[in-house]
Design a protein around this ligand. Structure first.
Ligand SMILES: CSCCC(=O)C(=O)COP(=O)(O)O
Ligand SMILES: [Zn+2]
Length: 217
Protein backbone atom coordinates (compact mmCIF):
# COMPACT_ATOMS: atom_id res chain seq x y z
CA UNK A 1 0.00 0.00 0.00
CA UNK A 2 1.25 3.50 -0.87
CA UNK A 3 2.20 5.73 2.04
CA UNK A 4 -0.34 8.46 2.80
CA UNK A 5 2.62 10.78 3.33
CA UNK A 6 3.73 10.73 -0.31
CA UNK A 7 0.56 11.74 -2.12
CA UNK A 8 1.74 15.28 -2.82
CA UNK A 9 -0.05 15.44 -6.19
CA UNK A 10 -3.29 15.77 -4.17
CA UNK A 11 -2.13 19.12 -2.77
CA UNK A 12 -0.37 20.56 -5.82
CA UNK A 13 -2.44 22.62 -8.24
CA UNK A 14 -2.00 25.78 -10.28
CA UNK A 15 -5.74 26.55 -9.91
CA UNK A 16 -6.30 29.32 -7.36
CA UNK A 17 -9.62 27.80 -6.29
CA UNK A 18 -8.30 24.29 -5.77
CA UNK A 19 -8.87 23.34 -2.09
CA UNK A 20 -5.11 22.97 -1.62
CA UNK A 21 -4.65 26.67 -2.43
CA UNK A 22 -8.00 27.93 -1.19
CA UNK A 23 -7.83 26.57 2.36
CA UNK A 24 -4.52 28.29 3.21
CA UNK A 25 -5.85 31.51 1.66
CA UNK A 26 -9.13 31.37 3.62
CA UNK A 27 -7.35 30.42 6.87
CA UNK A 28 -5.14 33.46 6.43
CA UNK A 29 -8.16 35.68 5.78
CA UNK A 30 -10.07 34.29 8.77
CA UNK A 31 -7.01 34.84 10.96
CA UNK A 32 -7.06 38.54 10.07
CA UNK A 33 -10.77 38.62 11.00
CA UNK A 34 -9.98 37.07 14.38
CA UNK A 35 -11.99 33.95 13.53
CA UNK A 36 -9.23 31.38 13.03
CA UNK A 37 -9.59 27.69 12.09
CA UNK A 38 -11.72 25.93 9.22
CA UNK A 39 -11.61 22.95 5.84
CA UNK A 40 -16.16 16.24 -4.72
CA UNK A 41 -15.35 13.18 -3.16
CA UNK A 42 -12.15 14.28 -1.53
CA UNK A 43 -12.29 16.18 1.73
CA UNK A 44 -9.45 18.62 2.41
CA UNK A 45 -8.75 19.19 6.10
CA UNK A 46 -6.49 21.71 7.82
CA UNK A 47 -3.99 20.43 10.39
CA UNK A 48 -4.79 20.72 14.11
CA UNK A 49 -3.24 23.11 16.59
CA UNK A 50 -1.06 24.99 14.14
CA UNK A 51 -0.84 28.67 13.26
CA UNK A 52 -3.63 28.65 10.74
CA UNK A 53 -2.52 31.79 8.91
CA UNK A 54 0.73 30.05 7.95
CA UNK A 55 -0.75 26.86 6.49
CA UNK A 56 0.65 25.82 3.11
CA UNK A 57 -0.87 23.33 0.63
CA UNK A 58 1.65 20.71 1.72
CA UNK A 59 0.25 20.87 5.30
CA UNK A 60 -3.22 19.64 4.31
CA UNK A 61 -4.84 16.27 4.91
CA UNK A 62 -6.94 14.65 2.21
CA UNK A 63 -9.63 12.12 3.11
CA UNK A 64 -11.96 10.00 1.00
CA UNK A 65 -15.46 11.27 1.71
CA UNK A 66 -17.24 7.91 1.75
CA UNK A 67 -14.65 5.48 3.13
CA UNK A 68 -13.09 8.10 5.50
CA UNK A 69 -9.74 6.68 4.46
CA UNK A 70 -6.87 9.13 4.84
CA UNK A 71 -5.40 9.51 1.35
CA UNK A 72 -2.75 12.05 2.18
CA UNK A 73 -1.05 13.14 5.37
CA UNK A 74 1.52 15.91 5.80
CA UNK A 75 5.11 14.96 6.47
CA UNK A 76 6.12 15.05 9.36
CA UNK A 77 2.82 13.62 10.64
CA UNK A 78 0.54 16.00 12.51
CA UNK A 79 -3.10 15.47 13.38
CA UNK A 80 -6.01 16.59 11.20
CA UNK A 81 -8.26 19.29 12.70
CA UNK A 82 -10.04 18.18 15.86
CA UNK A 83 -13.18 19.49 14.14
CA UNK A 84 -13.07 16.75 11.48
CA UNK A 85 -16.08 14.74 12.83
CA UNK A 86 -18.07 18.00 13.07
CA UNK A 87 -17.22 18.91 9.49
CA UNK A 88 -18.44 15.43 8.52
CA UNK A 89 -21.79 16.15 10.19
CA UNK A 90 -22.20 18.95 7.64
CA UNK A 91 -20.96 16.84 4.72
CA UNK A 92 -23.03 13.74 5.55
CA UNK A 93 -26.23 15.17 7.04
CA UNK A 94 -26.57 18.15 4.67
CA UNK A 95 -24.47 17.08 1.69
CA UNK A 96 -22.54 20.33 2.03
CA UNK A 97 -19.37 21.06 0.10
CA UNK A 98 -17.60 23.13 2.76
CA UNK A 99 -17.81 23.79 6.48
CA UNK A 100 -16.15 26.67 8.33
CA UNK A 101 -15.49 26.74 12.08
CA UNK A 102 -14.72 30.08 13.68
CA UNK A 103 -13.93 31.32 17.19
CA UNK A 104 -15.22 34.78 16.35
CA UNK A 105 -15.91 36.84 19.47
CA UNK A 106 -19.20 37.94 17.87
CA UNK A 107 -20.36 34.30 17.83
CA UNK A 108 -19.12 33.71 21.38
CA UNK A 109 -20.87 36.84 22.71
CA UNK A 110 -24.09 35.83 20.95
CA UNK A 111 -24.05 32.53 22.88
CA UNK A 112 -23.62 34.49 26.12
CA UNK A 113 -26.65 36.72 25.64
CA UNK A 114 -29.04 34.19 24.05
CA UNK A 115 -30.20 30.95 25.73
CA UNK A 116 -31.07 27.93 23.55
CA UNK A 117 -31.50 29.78 20.25
CA UNK A 118 -30.05 32.87 18.64
CA UNK A 119 -32.80 34.88 16.88
CA UNK A 120 -32.91 38.07 14.86
CA UNK A 121 -35.37 39.58 12.38
CA UNK A 122 -35.95 42.70 10.29
CA UNK A 123 -32.32 42.97 9.17
CA UNK A 124 -31.14 43.20 5.57
CA UNK A 125 -28.24 40.78 6.06
CA UNK A 126 -30.69 38.00 6.97
CA UNK A 127 -31.31 37.79 3.22
CA UNK A 128 -27.81 36.29 2.82
CA UNK A 129 -28.80 33.16 4.75
CA UNK A 130 -30.21 30.14 2.98
CA UNK A 131 -32.97 27.86 4.22
CA UNK A 132 -30.94 24.66 4.13
CA UNK A 133 -32.45 21.84 2.11
CA UNK A 134 -34.40 24.32 -0.03
CA UNK A 135 -33.57 26.66 -2.88
CA UNK A 136 -34.74 29.71 -0.96
CA UNK A 137 -33.13 32.37 1.19
CA UNK A 138 -34.64 34.06 4.24
CA UNK A 139 -36.48 37.33 3.64
CA UNK A 140 -36.10 40.62 5.51
CA UNK A 141 -39.25 39.82 7.52
CA UNK A 142 -38.26 36.27 8.48
CA UNK A 143 -36.72 35.40 11.82
CA UNK A 144 -33.28 33.83 11.56
CA UNK A 145 -32.89 31.10 14.18
CA UNK A 146 -29.58 29.41 15.04
CA UNK A 147 -29.46 26.61 17.64
CA UNK A 148 -26.95 26.92 20.50
CA UNK A 149 -25.34 23.77 21.90
CA UNK A 150 -23.29 23.51 25.10
CA UNK A 151 -19.51 23.31 24.83
CA UNK A 152 -17.50 20.25 25.83
CA UNK A 153 -13.89 19.83 26.94
CA UNK A 154 -12.95 18.19 23.64
CA UNK A 155 -14.04 19.34 20.19
CA UNK A 156 -14.98 15.83 19.01
CA UNK A 157 -17.40 15.43 21.95
CA UNK A 158 -19.60 18.05 20.29
CA UNK A 159 -20.36 15.67 17.41
CA UNK A 160 -23.61 14.15 18.70
CA UNK A 161 -25.13 17.36 20.11
CA UNK A 162 -24.32 19.17 16.86
CA UNK A 163 -26.00 16.33 14.92
CA UNK A 164 -29.08 16.54 17.19
CA UNK A 165 -29.30 20.33 16.69
CA UNK A 166 -29.07 19.80 12.92
CA UNK A 167 -31.99 17.34 13.10
CA UNK A 168 -34.01 19.75 15.26
CA UNK A 169 -33.31 22.75 13.00
CA UNK A 170 -33.33 21.29 9.46
CA UNK A 171 -33.23 24.70 7.74
CA UNK A 172 -30.31 26.11 9.73
CA UNK A 173 -26.92 26.39 8.00
CA UNK A 174 -25.14 26.99 11.32
CA UNK A 175 -24.79 25.74 14.88
CA UNK A 176 -23.45 27.97 17.66
CA UNK A 177 -21.36 26.45 20.45
CA UNK A 178 -21.63 28.21 23.82
CA UNK A 179 -18.50 30.15 24.83
CA UNK A 180 -16.67 28.63 21.88
CA UNK A 181 -17.75 29.69 18.37
CA UNK A 182 -19.80 28.59 15.40
CA UNK A 183 -19.94 26.02 12.58
CA UNK A 184 -21.32 27.25 9.23
CA UNK A 185 -21.73 25.09 6.14
CA UNK A 186 -22.85 25.52 2.54
CA UNK A 187 -23.11 23.63 -0.70
CA UNK A 188 -19.97 25.39 -1.99
CA UNK A 189 -17.05 27.10 -0.27
CA UNK A 190 -18.33 30.42 -1.63
CA UNK A 191 -21.74 29.96 0.03
CA UNK A 192 -20.15 28.78 3.29
CA UNK A 193 -17.88 31.86 3.31
CA UNK A 194 -20.62 34.35 2.41
CA UNK A 195 -22.98 32.93 5.02
CA UNK A 196 -20.20 32.94 7.64
CA UNK A 197 -19.81 36.67 6.97
CA UNK A 198 -23.58 37.30 7.20
CA UNK A 199 -23.95 35.27 10.39
CA UNK A 200 -21.00 37.01 11.99
CA UNK A 201 -22.40 40.44 11.11
CA UNK A 202 -25.80 39.47 12.57
CA UNK A 203 -24.27 38.01 15.76
CA UNK A 204 -22.36 41.27 16.31
CA UNK A 205 -25.41 43.38 15.57
CA UNK A 206 -27.72 41.40 17.89
CA UNK A 207 -25.24 41.67 20.77
CA UNK A 208 -24.95 45.43 20.24
CA UNK A 209 -28.76 45.81 20.02
CA UNK A 210 -29.05 44.06 23.40
CA UNK A 211 -26.17 46.02 24.94
CA UNK A 212 -27.66 49.33 23.77
CA UNK A 213 -31.16 48.22 24.87
CA UNK A 214 -32.57 49.26 21.52
CA UNK A 215 -36.29 48.56 21.36
CA UNK A 216 -37.13 46.83 18.09
CA UNK A 217 -40.92 46.54 18.53
C1 LIG B 1 -7.47 27.12 20.91
S1 LIG B 1 -8.28 25.97 19.91
C2 LIG B 1 -9.07 24.80 20.96
C3 LIG B 1 -9.72 23.68 20.23
C4 LIG B 1 -10.72 24.16 19.25
O1 LIG B 1 -11.72 24.78 19.61
C5 LIG B 1 -10.55 23.93 17.85
O2 LIG B 1 -11.38 24.37 17.08
C6 LIG B 1 -9.36 23.17 17.39
O3 LIG B 1 -9.29 23.20 16.01
P1 LIG B 1 -8.03 22.57 15.25
O4 LIG B 1 -8.46 22.68 13.83
O5 LIG B 1 -6.83 23.40 15.57
O6 LIG B 1 -7.86 21.15 15.73
ZN1 LIG C 1 -13.12 25.31 18.06
Amino acid sequence: MESVENQDHLVVSSEANHPANLIPELCSLFYTLGWVTGTGELVYIAPSGVQKERILPKDLFVMDRSSLKLLRSPNPPIKPSACTPLFFNAYNMRNSGACIHSHSQNAVLATMVFDKEFTISHQEMIKGIKRDGTDTYLSFFDTLVVPIIENTALEQDLTSSMAQAMKDYPESCAVLVRNHGVYVWGETWQKAKTMSECYDYLFELAVKIRAMRINQN
